[in-house]
Design a protein around this ligand. Structure first.
Ligand SMILES: *[C@@H]1O[C@H](CO)[C@@H](O)[C@H](O)[C@H]1NC(C)=O
Ligand SMILES: *[C@@H]1O[C@H](CO)[C@@H](O)[C@H](O)[C@H]1NC(C)=O
Length: 103
């Protein structure tokens, strides 16, 4: 019984710690996960992605770490989000931003 109570307290403490832990607000290259997902439709790995990124996406990209984004160029990680890396790399340009030269 005491053991179970101790375990319960431990779980509560763990939950409290998780609650105060800083959320990963800047999930991807200084974009939050939500911001990142605003760009997903325009870079989707489908036959008909939306032709241009949304204003929300461009606004997110304008604050994003573009050299960091470049490092995802060859990443299969983007596939998990159904994003075509090649299309993703074109997004900043479509937003009027300049990609790093060596990207
Ligand atoms: C990261 O994003 C925040 C908020 O969107 C912005 O204020 C900041 O300048 C950005 N940092 C870099 C290094 O671009
Ligand atoms: C990306 O992958 C291609 C083919 O696998 C390879 O030729 C190229 O060097 C890679 N580029 C980077 C930046 O890793």
């Amino acid at each position: 019984m005491a053991k179970a109570a101790a375990l319960a307290v431990l779980l509560l403490v763990a939950a409290a710690l998780l609650a105060v832990a800083p959320a990963p607000a800047r999930a991807v290259c200084n974009m939050s996960n939500d911001e990142f997902m605003t760009c997903q439709p325009a870079a989707a790995a489908t036959s008909n992605p939306t032709p241009s990124p949304s204003a929300d996406c461009c606004s997110a990209l304008s604050k994003a770490d573009l050299p960091c984004l470049c490092s995802y160029k060859n990443s299969t990680w983007l596939n998990l989000y159904n994003i075509d890396p090649k299309r993703a790399m074109q997004l900043p340009t479509k937003c009027g931003l300049t990609m790093p030269a060596n990207c």
